[in-house]
Design a protein around this ligand. Structure first.
Ligand code: NAD
Length: 242
């Protein structure tokens, strides 16, 4: 972390140095723009699949040359994930990741890394979805024996299906005793919609979240990254840092 000086005196506030991994993507662009609006974080490196001709940008293969940073924020692809996790472990710094579609070995590597660095992986960084998880678990508990279906819709470029958020909502439903089934729709530029539907005989309960702007995810990720940097090693949840 970087200490400021004010009139020659050390200042109490600290600037968190951030590496953005997946910086040229839809989420990466939102992160760079919103980081520029905060005075407590400074993006010191931006990493994408190929290099962009600008001093702070690196290609994925050049990660070892990254300058010192306090926390990496990763919204990339499963194929790029192992390298950023390894770099954070090697440097002993925090990692916030929202990359979805990770394989089983990658999930196991995440669990192992939590013994060495502060780590937060979340399928969704929005406050509304955090609340929806609790509502889904409560509904599943109260509506035993009802059918539970999770229907999600995203833009056509999204690679994984069902979405990471649908699977996390499904885990909350299972926690409450339901057995969820999934359906995924890929259409146009939909940012992200999740409907959790409980169907009984002659009645239906629908819990819906609609994201209309991906800034909500980027804001949440920046917020937790600023809090995670410098924390003891461990696996953190968004709600731990709100
Ligand atoms: P995108 O395809 O627009 O961007 C992907 C980024 O990864 C690009 O910058 C690309 O250059 C980079 N990349 C690819 N290969 C790389 C490599 N080998 N090394 C370094 N960088 C590499 O995708 P997106 O829409 O921005 O989404 C990114 C991820 O975040 C996806 O997994 C998506 O599902 C997830 N996501 C999560 C949340 C959440 O709240 N958790 C919200 C939105 C998206």
């Amino acid at each position: 972390m970087v200490q400021h000086e004010f009139n020659g005196l050390p200042c109490m506030s600290q600037i968190i140095r951030v590496l953005v991994h997946g910086a040229s993507g839809r989420m990466g662009q939102a992160l760079l723009r919103l980081a520029g609006e905060r005075d407590d974080v400074q993006v010191v490196a931006a990493v994408s699949r190929s290099r962009i001709d600008s001093p702070a940008w690196l290609a994925g293969g050049e990660l070892a040359n990254a300058p010192a940073f306090d926390v990496a924020i990763d919204f990339s692809l499963p194929a790029a994930f192992d390298a950023i996790l390894a770099l954070c472990v090697q440097r002993g710094v925090a990692l916030v990741s929202g990359t979805t579609g990770l394989g089983e070995a990658q999930r196991a590597a995440l669990d192992a890394a939590a013994g060495k660095i502060p780590l937060l992986w979340a399928s969704n960084f929005s406050l509304g979805v955090a609340v929806l998880h609790d509502l889904v678990e409560r509904a599943a508990q109260a509506l035993q024996g009802w059918d539970c279906d999770i229907i999600e819709a995203h833009h056509v470029q999204k690679k994984d299906a069902p979405s990471g958020t649908a699977l996390t909502l499904g885990a909350a439903a299972e926690q409450g005793g339901a057995t969820p089934h999934y359906a995924a729709l890929r259409a146009g530029d939909i940012v992200g919609e999740h409907l959790v539907q409980f169907t009984g005989l002659g009645e239906r309960v629908e819990l819906v979240h609609r994201a209309s702007n991906r800034d909500i995810f980027a804001r949440g990720a920046l917020h937790v990254a600023a809090k995670l940097a410098g924390k003891p090693a461990g696996s953190y949840r968004v709600r731990d840092l709100l």
